[in-house]
Write a new protein. Structure first.
Lengths: 282, 522
């Protein structure tokens, strides 16, 4: 574990924009990644499957374009963003809301494993002494740090009062562009993001290439030639996961007619069959 | 002097003769049968009535219940109007080296004493099973059916039991005489009363299934999964928000299952007999058992146990269905005890001094909510569970257990328009397909003792589950992409085999494998 003082070589310049830059910045992993181009992707812990997919897709696209994905390693959107970046072989930085030792001692299971993977290729950072426990105010301070680290900030899903909105406000204050993923009216998890857009504090994301363009990167996704029914299945699954019967209904087909094509998409990894038996797009 | 001595000698002989009538023997032998789990052994009850201080001893490793037989037998003999000999009565249960359990030896001991003391004029060749009440009434015992079957195999030709057990005996193809009391038994043996042997009981009428498939609207994929589970004996997990019909689907399963054949019926009924659940009028089950233990069930209740070891729900569901509703609410350690019976198709319960093996060849149907609040994935409601809480909730059903569940189906909320739909397939039509598919499996597995695709060995999977090149590529991709373990690969092929059998096809088609992959949910 290293402590970067604000006058050290490795200390990320971006943080100096903050009113109260972290001093020192505690770090586990590679200090070099902090000076690379980065995007902050944040959102609520109680995400919807739609939010999970969009967070993952955005992170994957940025990571493939060589841009570091910064988030807060909370459950929900944060974890989905980190996972998406790592899956694409990219680099991710997690800014945690407690001391690093205290955080690592607390996170076991899936999030513990995710923290390990982030440290192996990127970095875990914290502005709090290693043994500092997590408190409400530490999260709020952390949220601001995330905003400073990214060139732009993307809020995927946020209900009213979400910590992700603190990140958005801070990014706005720092003059960083804020993007928000518009959500369905009436969905609790999208009240915050929709408000950001309505009040002109964030731009609406209409597609993944659009935000990539904004950072001067281009999407390098290969378009796979797919038979029309495969494309229709992916399209039907875009808004939300569906059980096979509902999917067939949306496409106007019988479930049996879809089986083979859906299985192919599952095998190729474009669709996942969730633990509850529903199909979801990745 | 000499004459006096002769007279005294003669008196002594006369007394001895009066005491021991012509018909009595010093040692009487009656056959009974011991039971450990489902394991049985004939026991010869030897009774010796000899001079000495009045005593009543039972030897031959009796347990507490057999020891207490002394008190029941003594009272029953006296209260039936006979004399309990005021001499030294020794009862030996041979072979003497294994512990004997339960109350089933009462009748044999009582008849032995009556015979040895000359109050019963004839030898008893039949197998005697029954518990005595203090007033001499005869009570039924647990596990009559496996004991009688064993005796039949050993050449015993008739049995004497309590009236409530007579049906179980007759079902094993033997002359079974049922009595209400010790007195009646003796009268029958000595020919004063003629009790007719019990008639072979009819199978229980098939119960009307609680739910028919046509009661359930929509849910095509879950119904398809249910049909495959019914035909091939594959385990099924139903996941969905509350009130969407998971329990109804599971309860519709019995309506899809063909009745038990004779061997299955006897094997399943024997376990119910051991558990004391046999219906005296219809001791032989007709329909496959459907067991639905509550989620507060303990290890003992689920897999069996106690001393002596009693069968648990997994064994009572032998050749039938074990339904675990709200499976995530079961204690995780209790659920994990299912792993052995799911793999071995039997459970061995070892206790100090005894071990019992009960078969447990059941289809597992489990149902659970997708998250603690139950609303995850429900279009009509918003789930407020944190992702970690959802993961913890699902983690309550352990990976190794999930790995043994071949089919996973999401049971969604059905839109209102679909509720009004009239055209639905009834259980009977599906049952016809299930029956035909099972016939095909039976032909394939003839001579192996196994009957269902779920039980195919790896070698048989290789032999019977061939796929064409195109399908093979799909499977290869799945294995390469690590969406499928080797165990999962074989399980997918077994399910695909069942799907093909339900479509009356010899060859497994791509769509069968695709369906199996999707229902496995990997």
């Amino acid at each position: 574990m290293k402590a970067l003082s604000s006058d050290s070589e490795d200390y990320p310049r971006a943080l100096l924009d903050l009113r109260d830059p972290p001093h020192p910045l505690w770090l586990e992993g590679d200090a070099g990644v902090l000076s690379r181009r980065a995007v902050s992707i944040v959102g609520t812990r109680r995400m919807t499957p739609y939010g999970a997919r969009v967070a993952r897709e955005l992170a994957t696209a940025f990571a493939s374009a060589g841009i570091v994905v910064v988030s807060g390693l909370a459950q929900g959107i944060d974890s989905a963003a980190h996972e998406g970046a790592l899956e694409a072989g990219g680099i991710s930085v997690a800014v945690v809301g407690a001391g690093l030792e205290a955080f690592l001692a607390d996170s076991r299971g899936r999030r513990g494993a995710l923290a390990q993977r982030i440290r192996d290729s990127g970095a875990l950072v914290s502005e709090f002494p290693p043994d500092a426990p997590a408190r409400t105010w530490t999260f709020a301070k952390r949220d601001a740090t995330i905003a400073a680290l990214g060139e732009i900030t993307i809020v995927v899903e946020a209900p009213a009062g979400s910590g992700a909105l603190i990140t958005a406000d801070e990014a706005h204050r720092l003059g960083r562009t804020v993007y928000a993923v518009p959500g369905p009216l009436g969905a609790r998890t999208s009240v915050g993001t929709n408000t950001l857009i309505a009040e002109g504090r964030a731009r609406a994301i209409t597609s993944v290439p659009m935000v990539l363009d904004a950072m001067g990167a281009s999407a390098t996704t290969l378009r796979v030639d797919r038979d029309p029914i495969g494309a229709r299945i992916l399209e039907a699954l875009a808004p939300a996961p569906a059980d096979p019967d509902a999917l067939a209904r949306r496409l106007g087909l019988r479930p049996a007619q879809l089986t083979t094509e859906v299985a192919r998409l599952v095998v190729s990894g474009e669709v996942v069959c969730g633990a509850d038996g529903r199909l979801a797009r990745r | 002097m000499c004459a006096r001595r002769t007279r005294g000698h003669a008196i002594a002989i006369a007394i001895a003769a009066a005491d021991r009538p012509e018909t009595a023997r010093s040692v009487a032998r009656v056959t009974a049968c011991a039971l450990w789990g489902l394991e049985t052994a004939l026991v010869t009850v030897e009774v010796d009535v000899a001079n000495g201080l009045p005593a009543f001893v039972v030897v031959g490793l009796p347990d507490a219940a057999v020891q207490e037989a002394r008190e029941r037998v003594r009272a029953a003999i006296r209260n039936s109007g006979y004399e309990f000999p005021l001499r030294r009565v020794t009862v030996n249960l041979a072979p003497a080296e294994r512990r004997k359990e339960g109350t089933g030896f009462d009748l044999a001991i009582a008849l032995g004493i009556l015979r040895a003391s000359g109050q019963l004029a004839v030898d008893v060749a039949a197998l005697c099973l029954g518990e005595l009440a203090l007033d001499g009434a005869l009570r039924p015992v647990r596990g009559a059916m496996p004991r009688v079957r064993h005796a039949v195999a050993r050449g015993v030709s008739e049995i004497l039991v309590a009236r409530a057990n007579a049906g179980e005996g007759a079902a094993c193809g033997i002359a079974a005489f049922g009595f209400v009391s010790l007195r009646e038994t003796v009268d029958h043996l000595e020919g004063r009363v003629r009790v007719a042997s019990a008639e072979v009981p009819t199978r229980a009428p098939e119960p009307t299934p609680a739910v028919d498939l046509c009661d359930i609207a929509g849910q095509e994929t879950p119904k398809r999964a249910l049909e495959i589970a019914a035909a091939g004996g594959h385990n099924l997990l139903l996941v969905g928000p509350p009130g969407t019909g998971k329990t109804m689907l599971a309860r519709a399963l019995p309506s899809l299952l063909p009745p038990l054949d004779d061997d299955e019926a006897i094997a399943a009924s024997a376990i119910h007999s051991v558990a004391g659940l046999a219906d005296p009028d219809h001791p032989v089950l007709a329909a496959p058992p459907f067991r639905a233990p509550h989620h507060t069930a303990s290890h003992l209740a689920l897999v069996g146990g106690g001393s002596p070891p009693r069968p648990g729900e997994v064994s009572l569901a032998h050749f039938g269905v074990l339904f675990l509703d709200e499976v995530a609410e079961f204690s995780p350690s209790v659920l994990d005890t299912l792993r052995e019976p799911l793999e071995e198709r039997a459970i061995t319960i070892s206790r100090a001094g005894t071990a019992a093996t009960y078969p447990a060849r059941f289809v597992l149907i489990a149902a659970m909510n997708p998250c603690p609040c139950g609303r995850f994935g429900d279009q009509a409601a918003e789930c407020r569970c944190l992702p970690d809480a959802i993961e913890r909730y699902r983690g309550r059903v352990s990976g190794p257990l999930l790995d043994r569940i071949d089919l996973r189906a999401h049971v969604p909320r059905v839109p209102y328009e679909r509720l009004r739909e009239e055209r639905r397939e009834a259980s009977l039509a599906v049952r016809v397909r299930v029956h035909a598919a099972r016939e095909r499996m039976r032909d394939r597995l003839r001579g192996t003792g196994r009957r269902l695709n779920a039980d195919l060995t790896v070698a048989e999977v290789r032999r019977f589950c061939r796929v064409d090149e195109d399908t093979d590529k799909l499977l290869a991709d799945a294995v390469r992409a690590r969406r499928l373990s080797v165990r999962g690969f074989h399980r997918v092929l077994r399910v695909a085999r069942t799907a093909a059998d339900l479509s009356f096809r010899d060859e497994i088609a791509t769509e069968d494998v695709a369906l199996a992959l999707l229902l496995r949910g990997e």
